[in-house]
Structure formats: structure tokens, C-alpha cells
Design a protein around this ligand. Sequence first.
Ligand SMILES: C[S@@+](CC[C@H](N)C(=O)[O-])C[C@H]1O[C@@H](n2cnc3c(N)ncnc32)[C@H](O)[C@@H]1O
Length: 255
Amino acid sequence: MQLPPISQSEIDERIHGHVDELLELWQAEQGASKIKDLELIASAIPFPRDQAIRALDLCCGPGDVGRAIRHVYPNAQIDCIDRDPFLTSICRDVNQREHISGMLVVRDLQNDGWLDGLPGNYDVVAMVNALHWFDEARAEQLVEDVHGTLNDGGLFLLAEPACPEIPFAAGFDEWKARQPPRYTRENWERFWSRANVLLGYDHTTLLGPSNSGRIGDNMSVTRWIRLLERTGFGLVDVLLRDADQVVIGALKATD
Ligand SMILES: C[S@@+](CC[C@H](N)C(=O)[O-])C[C@H]1O[C@@H](n2cnc3c(N)ncnc32)[C@H](O)[C@@H]1O
């Protein structure tokens, strides 16, 4: 993505005082059922609830999943990483206000070495609605990196779009058309138009054209599972699947 025309501290200053409004618009943009996905991800973590687990919110955006984990694990340290200086500004502001300890790094995950400077040895890495932004080869490399940075017995939890396998596609799509839509153009526009007004420039133009080879919503649940298995995760389970999304938990085996 391109650099914004204003500095990080100016971004922070312009949105400070508006983060609750932005979070509300973000939640609407992300769809009403996301809250359930986040609660499930946090609940599925099998460690004692008072443990000071170390978690990484990968492609954190405004930091929803990190805060959902912290809600269930009040002693957790939550590190966050994302390339977007505006979305991470919301995350930093809210996490500081809620006294959530952890590092926040603004970095592009297309570049190797993205874990440099982060402490590593995580108990949990969570990624929501972001791995599908990458092409399959890069996604596989990122998942391999996640496997490497997890402690033995650590978990990778992800929520991503998933399509049905071809023999089921026609019937599935017919059923899906009768379900309430998760995303609407209006909610996307509401979030970004308010963001652009607060920032004083059009942030969406910095995001660049979407990667034509990206996974998008063209990966079936089976192919997500195979990707996780190829990268070394021994035990993989589907925690939830709905019309749009799959929530998967993957365990790094103990030696
Ligand atoms: C749909 S948002 C989801 C954000 C957050 N996980 C959530 O659930 O609210 C996708 C996120 O992926 C991030 N992202 C996309 N491509 C990225 C890249 N190459 N490096 C780092 N972050 C990236 C975006 O900046 C954005 O925050």
C-alpha cells in the first residue's frame, strides 16, 4: 500500500476521540455474525483462563480478535501486526485505553522477515478475514511462518471466506441466496467515508488494486485444511462454517 500523505502521529491525532464511532462502523461493515466468530475463536483456546498467554493478532486491522481473546484471557499479552497505519491507529488507541499489553507493528506481510522484532513463541496466533488477501503461495509461506513462531502445543485460529466444493456449489449458492448477507456495499461506504472525512484524505486510494491472484472467496474448507496440514499442523478442526465463512483451529503438535 502507498504511504499516507500525513504522518502516523497526525493520523493518531485526527482519529483520537472518534475510535468508538469508527469501531461501531467497522463492526457493521464486517457483518453482524462476526461477533459470534470472535467469541468462538477466543472460547476455543484450551488454556486456563487466568494464564498470561501470549497471542498474536495477525493482520489485526482495528484489533477485534485480539480484544476478544483478551476478554476471555484478562492476563493475555496481545501483539498486533498489520500494514495499514490507519486501521492500526484505531487498534493502538483502543488497546491502550483498555490497558492491553503488547506490541503493535505496522508492516507488510508480503515481505519476508515480517516476524523480525516481534517476540515470537506465541501460544496463540489468530487471523480473521485476512489470509484470503494473499495468493495461495504467499498464504502458505505465512502459515509456515506462523507454525514456526508458535510454541509446541500452540494454536493457529483463523476465520476466512470459504466456498463449497464444485458438486455442492449450485445447491449451496441457492441456499446462500436465501440467507441474510454478511456484507453490504452501504456499510463499507459508511465506514470508509467517515474515515476519509476524519483523516482529511481518501485513504482507500492508498490500498492499491487488489491482488488479482489473491485467494478471495475461492478456497473451499477442504483446501484451507490441506494448506494447514501441508505447513505442519498436525490436528486441524472446523469449529464453524456458515454461508460465507469458516472458522478453523489448528494445533502445533508437541514434540
Ligand atoms: C478485512 S480486514 C480484517 C482486519 C481484522 N483482522 C479484523 O477482523 O477486523 C483485512 C486486514 O488485512 C490487512 N492486510 C491486507 N494485506 C496485508 C499485507 N500485505 N500485510 C499486512 N496486512 C495486510 C489489511 O490492512 C486489513 O487490516
